[in-house]
Structures are given as structure tokens and as C-alpha cells.
Design a protein around this ligand. Structure first.
Ligand code: NDP
Length: 500
């Protein structure tokens, strides 16, 4: 039951899309237990793109059982760390060899520009897997010199070892479908866990293709299981499953709280990477030639659908007009179009639902008195395109200032008192990221110290690296993605004490 796609697109991607997407359990592709399917849509046109198995509780039960068996008795746990690392490395190599195919899948499924997916999403995912492959052989414990007061004269050997946490449920969003899958799979595989992955209903294609490559790379049965479906009927039973030892979630803060409640049943470990409303601060002494395009890219990258988007632009009063005009000029020049067009710089929003949500924020900004210097409405009359938008005349309590819009909309806010800046910048329930632009290195670090954010970029924005931890303060989440912190969060630490 294939869906026709243009013959001009990458042939491997076209043939992958034209197959009906199935669920992966125990390295075998299968239909949903219920036999149900659902469709995804091309956000550039609103037309049907692919048909996929609609997994639900029964499929989650089967996938968790497969992961449990693989973890408790399968080959993965018996392999050496080096063997595990080589499989993850091969997985990365295979992904790299299919860069064009994955960039095409991301452009079609999510809408993002193929030119961006090719240089950012795919290479970052490859690099993350390689970085994590290296960690398999470096997950170490310590020896601890203990001094037990009630055992005078006794000698002990005490040490710790880190063990994989077990079966993990991973629930990912639609904004970076491939990269979010890699961020989750990499550290879990490196630690030796077995996984049930649920991709977002809007963008499951790259995760399914990754599943094929994982088998080709040599992942044993049951180590990676992928269940496509909906949040309420597949994600929720995964988060609540009593045989899942940890759930890792990326998405909205609202659903993050539901995950936490669902996890309470067996007190499974939880990591959450949630929303943001990140401040991006431009001081008057910054290099405006860099700060202005930097501020534009901080919000408009990925159509503004980034949890860390620099969506509140704080500009020192003396340069406010210049910076706002500059960012608006950048916005007006952005080439908005279908992700597959090689010249496109900004694609459509991911879905009809997200499009409506962003448009309703634009409407709320207008009603509450904000003014659009540029943009402010839908672009065209087909697909889910929204104009890159700069809002001014905002007030701190407006919805567009407080809530995550997750679209190409920035609110520009002037400041002149540095202490007022910090309190305004921190005045949100979120704390994911922040940007600072200045030539004064002391001021940069003083500001970085005061901002409540998991990542602070100075004279740059949206710089990611597999080795650099990413995650949120406050309601932006629990735990960290990437870096060795992420690997740690997929391990349990055991203390072993021997009397000699
Ligand atoms: P969600 O938080 O609903 O979706 C993220 C993932 O969670 C998806 O796989 C989704 O499934 C799943 N999910 C949804 N409900 C449940 C549940 N009850 N139990 C378990 N899993 C569930 O994000 P939305 O797509 O609804 O986007 C809404 C807003 O969230 C955006 O406007 C943005 O503000 C924010 N967001 C933040 C992201 C981030 O990176 N921090 C990413 C995406 C969104 P499915 O979609 O398949 O139904």
C-alpha cells in the first residue's frame, strides 16, 4: 500500500516511504497487533506522505517483553564493551553512508530544509553515535578507601561498578526526528541497555530506517525495538510499563509531567528534555555584525521549532532599533519553501496542529498589543508555512513572552539596567538555554553565571557537540543529553564491599 512521491526525490528514500511502515520487535518487522495503521503528511503540501503501523498497548507489551528478554538473557549483555562499541561505530558508519537518504526523509517528513539536514541533523547524529561508541570501554567505577569505625583493624576492598539501568523506554518528538533518536539511542546502547523507542506520530520515518541500519550493524535481537503510534495509546503505556526500568522523554513540559506520573507506578528512573523560552542577550558593545545574524539564526533555525530557540531577544536600549531592524531585514530575506527545494532556508512547520498553534500565538500577540515589525502571518495558502516574525511592544506577562511558541517568532525587548535584564531573562518557568553577545569577556561570564539555563552560548548560538551536555534547569527538564552525563544516566552504580 504505497503512497506516490515525486520521482525526482532520492530513490532509496522514495522506495522506503512507499513501503508501509512496520513495528520493529526482536529484529523482525511486523504490523500492529490490532492491524491498525495511520498516515503522516508532507508539511510542505498537506498531502499524505506515508502509512504506518499504529502500535498500542499490546505492541508496547510485546516490545518491552523482547527488550526484557534481550537484557536479562540475550547476547548484548554477554558481549565485551569493545564489541558493543564496534557495533555502535558501524551503526554510525552506515548512517553516514546514507546521509542523502536520511536528509531526504527528514525534509519530507518534518519539512526542514534538506540543505540543513545534510550538514547538521545527519552529521550530528553520526558524530553522536561515534562519540558514544567510544564510551562503551570507559564506563568505570572507583576503588574506595573505606574506614569503618565499628570494625577496627579490619581490611576491606570496596569498589563501585556501573551497570546498565536495564530496559529503557524512549519517547521522542518531531522537531529533529533523526537527531533526537540518536541522542537517545547512543548513550543507552553505550551503557548496554535494551530499548523500546516510540517516535513522534508526525515524523516516524527516519527512526524506522535507523532500525533497519541497526540490524545491519549487528545489534542483536530485542536490543532496539521501535513502536510507531500515538502518545496516548503507545507512549503512555510505555511510560507506565512495570517492566521498563527507565523512561527518557523529549517533548513538551505538559507531557513531561504526565510521563513523571506514569513512571511513579514502579518508580522507574526518568530523564526529561522539555521546553524552553530562552533569552538571547545583545549588549550594546557586541559586534553587531555577528550578533544580528546570530540572533536571527537563534530563532529562525529549524523554523523556530527548537526547544532552545532564542525566542526572547533582549537588546540594550542604545542599539535596540538597529538590532531589531537588522534581525527584521534578515527575516525578510529568508527563503521560505518546501524542504526538498535546495534553495530553501526555512521550511514549513511540522503539522497542521503546530501551524494552528503558532498562528494562534500570532493572533494573541496582536490582540494583546504586540506589533510585528516583520512577518506576523501565514505564508502562502498551501502547506504549513509561517512568515519569520519579529514582535516588539511586548509586555512581560503577554503569552507570546511567557509561553513556548515553537515557531519562527521572536519577541524583541529593550533593556538598560543590567540587574533588571537578569531578572527579566530568568522570569520564566523554563531554563534550557541562553545567548550572550558582548566583547566584554568579564561581563559575558558574569551574565552567564547569573542566567538560570543549562546551556549558555557566548557570541554564538545553537552550537551542539556530542561531548557537550545539554539539558534544562527548572521546568525545562531533568538530566542531560549528550556528553558523559548522558551515559551515566543510563547506568546504575553498584557498591561492592569485601572484607579481606
Ligand atoms: P508532545 O510533548 O505531545 O510530544 C512529544 C512526544 O511525546 C511524542 O512522541 C508524543 O507522541 C509523545 N506523547 C504525547 N502524549 C503522550 C503521553 N501522554 N504519554 C507518553 N507520550 C506522549 O509535543 P507536541 O507534538 O504535542 O508539541 C506540543 C508543544 O510541545 C510544541 O508546540 C512545543 O512547544 C513543545 N515541544 C517541545 C519539544 C522539545 O524538543 N522540547 C519537541 C516537541 C514539542 P505523538 O506525537 O506520537 O502522539
Amino acid at each position: 500500500m504505497g503512497i506516490a512521491v515525486s520521482p525526482s526525490i532520492h530513490s532509496a528514500a522514495a522506495s522506503f516511504i512507499s513501503k508501509r511502515g512496520q513495528i520493529l520487535i526482536n529484529n523482525k518487522w511486523q504490523d500492529a497487533a490490532s492491524g491498525k495503521t495511520f498516515q503522516t503528511f508532507n508539511p510542505a503540501t498537506g498531502e499524505v506522505l506515508a502509512t504506518l503501523a499504529e502500535g498500542d498497548k499490546e505492541d508496547i507489551n510485546r516490545a518491552v517483553a523482547a527488550a526484557r528478554k534481550a537484557f536479562d538473557t540475550g547476547a548484548w549483555r554477554k558481549m565485551t564493551a569493545s564489541e558493543r562499541g564496534r557495533i555502535i561505530w558501524k551503526f554510525a558508519d552506515l548512517l553516514e553512508q546514507h546521509t542523502e537518504e536520511f536528509a531526504t526523509l527528514e525534509a519530507l517528513d518534518n519539512g526542514k530544509p534538506i540543505s540543513v539536514a545534510r550538514v547538521a541533523d545527519v552529521p550530528l547524529a553520526v558524530d553522536l553515535l561515534r562519540y558514544m561508541a567510544g564510551w562503551t570501554t570507559k564506563i568505570e567505577g572507583n576503588t574506595i578507601p573505606i574506614s569503618v569505625p565499628y570494625a577496627p583493624g579490619a581490611k576491606f576492598l570496596a569498589y563501585t561498578q556501573k551497570e546498565p539501568v536495564g530496559v529503557v523506554g524512549q519517547i521522542i518528538p518531531w522537531n529533529f526526528p533523526l537527531l533526537m533518536a540518536a541522542w537517545k539511542l547512543g548513550p543507552a546502547l553505550a551503557a548496554g541497555c535494551c530499548i523500546v523507542l516510540k517516535p513522534a506520530e508526525q515524523t516516524p520515518l527516519s527512526a524506522l530506517r535507523l532500525g533497519e541500519l541497526a540490524i545491519e550493524a549487528g545489534l542483536p535481537e530485542g536490543v532496539l525495538n521501535i513502536v510507531t503510534g500515538f502518545g496516548e495509546t503507545a507512549g503512555a503505556p510505555l511510560a507506565a510499563h512495570p517492566d521498563v526500568d527507565k523512561v527518557a522523554f523529549t517533548g513538551s513540559t505538559e507531557v513531561g509531567k504526565l510521563i513523571l506520573q506514569a513512571a511513579a507506578g514502579n518508580l522507574k528512573k526518568v530523564t526529561l528534555e522539555l521546553g524552553g523560552k530562552s533569552p538571547n542577550v545583545v549588549y550594546a558593545d557586541s559586534d553587531l555584525g555577528k550578533a544580528i545574524p546570530g540572533a536571527a539564526s537563534a530563532i529562525f533555525f529549524n523554523q523556530g521549532q527548537c526547544c532552545c530557540a532564542g525566542s526572547r531577544l533582549f537588546v540594550e536600549k542604545s542599539v535596540f532599533d538597529k538590532v531589531v531592524d537588522g534581525v527584521a531585514e534578515h527575516a525578510s530575506k529568508i527563503k521560505v519553501g518546501p524542504g526538498l527545494d535546495p534553495d530553501t532556508q526555512m521550511g514549513p512547520l511540522v503539522s497542521d496542529e503546530q501551524f494552528s498553534r503558532v498562528c494562534s500565538y500570532l493572533e494573541s500577540g496582536r490582540t494583546e498589543g504586540a506589533k510585528a515589525v516583520v512577518g506576523g502571518k501565514r505564508k502562502g495558502d498551501k502547506g504549513y508555512f509561517v512568515e519569520p516574525t519579529v514582535l516588539v511592544n511586548t509586555k512581560p506577562n503577554m503569552k507570546v513572552v511567557q509561553e513556548e511558541i515553537f515557531g519562527p517568532v521572536v519577541t524583541a525587548i529593550p533593556f538598560d539596567d543590567p540587574s533588571d535584564l537578569i531578572s527579566q531573562a530568568n522570569d520564566t518557568m523554563y531554563g534550557l538555554a541562553a545567548g550572550i553577545w558582548t566583547k566584554d569577556i568579564s561581563k559575558a561570564h558574569r551574565t552567564a553565571d547569573q542566567l538560570k539555563a543549562g546551556t549558555v552560548w557566548i557570541n554564538c548560538y545553537n552550537i551542539f557537540d556530542a561531548a557537550m551536555p545539554f539539558g534544562g534547569y527548572k521546568q525545562s527538564g531533568w538530566g542531560r543529553e549528550m556528553g558523559h552525563d548522558a551515559v551515566d544516566l543510563y547506568t546504575e552504580k553498584k557498591a561492592v564491599c569485601t572484607m579481606l
